[in-house]
Design a protein around this ligand. Structure first.
Ligand SMILES: [Ca+2]
Ligand SMILES: [Ca+2]
Ligand SMILES: [Ca+2]
Length: 281
């Protein structure tokens, strides 16, 4: 078991471009900030087996495993109150959503449908989870309580609806939908299911993540079959612009730090996936 933290927080130099934050053998993917901004949860397959979840302390440059299961545990989402981690895993066969209690280390299965459930994201009050479910047709979005009860449909349109992210004020959920012909970023209001389309490019946009002040959204964008990089826009869809340079690699899964200063993301620009960061202000 070998994981590399590049440097403790206090020792890192300022930099305009992307810089390596967490590396090591195998893939480190899907960073999620703890509310203190000093720790990051991500999935790691550094031991050569399907990914488990790890907690990285950026101040001490140490890490510890949070799950240990022969199947893959992926896409961790930390509840805003810092108590829970929702993630998806195929430990029961198909992909389902599970919830890890960081206080007790207890893992509870939240979905048990015959379909794949994934990409969990928390409401700001840590009481609800929005997630992607393939259902009987294609991927749709559902909301459930954090104990897995009260599952209700949110977006049920033809085509893929996926990678939801709840706004910090709780009023909207950003997600990727191909209802407009190709994957774009949309907003949905959980109260009345009203929809707003934010991007209209011919490329694919997905995996939106909110800035802590709710004013901006960072997301993945790339041509179909091509490489992905990070873009950022205002939360009303204006000022869409690239954030990371185009290259012969993929930048995925952005996560804005709680202080708004940095965005962590996964990139295979060094060969396999590591966690990188870029400053943002
Ligand atoms: Ca790696
Ligand atoms: Ca759908
Ligand atoms: Ca598009």
């Amino acid at each position: 078991m070998f994981l590399l933290l590049v440097a403790p927080l206090a020792c890192r130099q300022r930099s305009d471009g992307p810089r390596l934050l967490i590396g090591g053998p195998g893939d480190q993917r899907s960073p999620a900030w703890m509310p203190d901004g000093k720790r990051i949860v991500c999935s790691s397959s550094s031991d050569g087996f399907p990914a488990d979840l790890y907690l990285f302390d950026l101040e001490s440059a140490t890490s510890r495993p949070l799950t240990h299961d022969p199947s893959g545990d992926n896409s961790p989402a930390v509840s805003p109150d810092g108590r829970w981690i929702a993630f998806h895993s195929d430990r029961e066969g198909q992909s389902d959503i599970f919830r890890l209690d960081l206080t007790t280390s207890e893992v509870v299965r939240l979905t048990a449908s015959p379909f794949n459930d994934s990409f969990a994201a928390w409401s700001p009050d840590s009481r609800q989870i929005v997630f992607h479910s393939e259902g009987a047709g294609d991927p749709d979005l559902w909301i459930m309580d954090r104990d897995g009860k009260e599952k209700i449909p949110l977006v049920m349109r033809t085509g893929m609806d996926t990678t939801p992210a709840w706004s910090p004020d709780g009023k909207m959920i950003a997600f990727s939908s191909e209802a407009g012909g190709n994957p774009d970023i949309w907003l949905v209001y959980p109260t009345d299911r009203r929809l707003i389309r934010l991007t209209r490019s011919s490329e694919a946009e997905w995996k939106p993540a909110w800035s802590p002040d709710g004013r901006r959204i960072v997301y993945c964008r790339g041509p179909r079959g091509g490489h992905s990089r990070l873009w950022v826009m205002n939360a009303d869809g204006t000022q869409q612009r690239p954030l990371t340079p185009q290259g012969n690699w993929d930048d995925f899964d952005p996560a804005w730090s709680p202080d708004g200063q940095r965005i962590a993301f996964e990139s295979n620009r060094n060969g396999n996936f590591d966690i990188w960061e870029i400053e943002q202000r």
